[in-house]
Design a protein. Structure first.
Length: 207
């Protein structure tokens, strides 16, 4: 786990994103595969019938490997699309990522509205994989600054199990938190599965 001095969120983003970009393609693929395997083993994922995922961009965890497994396992898959009118995320059920996605904002693949059914009731989602720049072991999440996922979760009356997939280099000691920030319950890295609810001591090791 990286230990950073007290710095603003922008400073943390800059540092972690730079480190993530330095991963070699072979290493990035191998670490992503290891994370995907751990995600598939998580009981909370195995028990969920409807799953929220995201399509990766840049040097993020390569979520497509996991997403293909979600579909192969015949779970319902929801993917987000930025609504430019509301500046929020709308969710759509996706059955085929080859034909039902297009390149959208920030070159992230997102559902084609005409090809996908919109998720009418957000409470249908039982398991949510959230992207992020950095995380702490107690579940604090640092996003990209848009607040899209915090606003999405605020609209959910019943929250799904919240999970983050991240490279070990993205796990840091402490993240500044605001009242609207939502913590994840699990963090999956290439090395370990972290149960964030058990982290009364941020330095406590978890397998």
């Amino acid at each position: 786990m990286a230990v950073l001095p007290e710095v603003p969120k922008s400073g943390i983003r800059k540092k972690i994103l730079a480190q993530r970009e330095q991963l070699q393609s072979e290493t990035h693929a191998a670490l992503s595969m290891a994370i995907s395997e751990r995600l598939l083993e998580l009981p909370e994922y195995q028990q969920a019938g409807a799953v929220l995922g995201y399509m990766n961009f840049g040097a993020e965890f390569a979520s497509e490997v996991w997403i293909r497994q979600v579909l192969a396992g015949r779970k319902k898959l929801a993917l987000p699309r930025v609504n430019h009118h509301t500046n929020q995320l709308d969710l759509y059920w996706v059955e085929d990522i080859e034909s039902q996605l297009t390149t959208g904002l920030w070159k992230i693949r997102e559902p084609i509205v005409e090809c996908c059914e919109r998720v009418a009731t957000l409470n249908e989602v039982e398991f949510a994989l959230l992207p992020g720049v950095a995380f702490s072991e107690n579940g604090a999440r640092l996003g990209y600054g848009g607040g899209f996922y915090d606003k999405l979760l605020a609209r959910m009356v019943i929250r799904p199990v919240l999970v983050a997939a991240a490279f070990e280099l993205q796990i840091i000691e402490k993240i500044p938190q605001e009242a609207t920030d939502v913590k994840v319950e699990w963090i999956i890295t290439e090395q370990r599965t972290i149960n964030c609810s058990e982290q009364t001591n941020p330095d406590k090791p978890v397998n």
